[in-house]
Design a protein around this ligand. Sequence first.
Ligand code: AQP
Length: 332
Amino acid sequence: MEQQKKTIFSGVQPSGNLTIGNYLGAIKNWTALQDEYNCIYCVVDMHAITVRQVPAELRARTYETLAVYMAAGLDPEKNTLFVQSHVPAHAVLAWDLGCYTMFGELSRMTQFKDKSLKHADNINAGLFTYPVLMAADILLYQADLVPVGQDQRQHLELARDIATRFNNSYSDTFTVPEGYIAKTGMKIMSLAEPTKKMSKSDANPNASVGILDSRDDIIRKFRRAVTDSDTVVRYAEGKDGINNLMSIYSCFTGKDFEAIEREFEGKGYGDFKLAVGETVADCLAPLREKFDALMKDKKYLEDVMKNGAERANYIARKTISKVHRKIGYVGL
Ligand code: AQP
């Protein structure tokens, strides 16, 4: 008998132009999972408003993020692709789970600390309770696996703790999710400050490479990437910039670090940076083409959103009614 497929859940915020960090740490890996797993991929617009967004831009980016998912190879027939705010159960479960999450736990989240520093004028409660909404996203769908970059590991641990706490308080209700972290692309660093994560909301446009950047921009940004005073292309401690470029090159070409070191033996950083830029631009070109075609057909994107929301709502409602029964709410 065929074993039931495991469920995978993940999402990206439409909070800026998607970077190659989002691509290598998340979206690219998702495409490899769509046959083997029951995959649910969300555009997490409700998470995005923890930081101020321009409404028209948020709306446009929501379409774009969905189009990137599909342009990267996610088939809307095989996967449930939807927008978070189209499934109200995310907010409902987030409230419920918030009552099973401790203030101290949320205070320890490093992303909250980082984002509070970055957005000191808007340290809103949503920024603080963000991990509870993320737990709700995952637990609603009884996800077995959550593919996330290294940066989201702490939030996933908290989701596991919340699920376990709820299950122990009542009886088994939630699947306790496991992290699924790909070996490469775990954490792509900023090109301007290679000790910092590459982020789509970085104010410095040269720090990140967008999935949809033009070929010229991609090559130019890699040319300007911060490296070190050494001249040899090799992976070593303290060479954060070069290590990052090698990781990116490795993710796009499938070559390991030794092969990359051999390839650039006797060549300088300039040659290496140009090769990385050209390779990344070449690899992203077909995605860009598909993206442009998809963005011309908004009606189709909306049909995908509606269909995905219907499928997601169906699963989410089942979890919500189970949770509410256990808590003691009156069901009508
Ligand atoms: N630099 C990165 N390297 C590897 N993976 C990354 N991810 C993000 N940046 C990198 C992964 O992309 C997924 C979606 O992330 P998100 O949009 O939910 O939020 P984020 O992690 O906060 O991403 P950004 O780009 O840094 O967004 P902003 O600037 O808006 O905060 C996640 O799986 C994440 O691990």
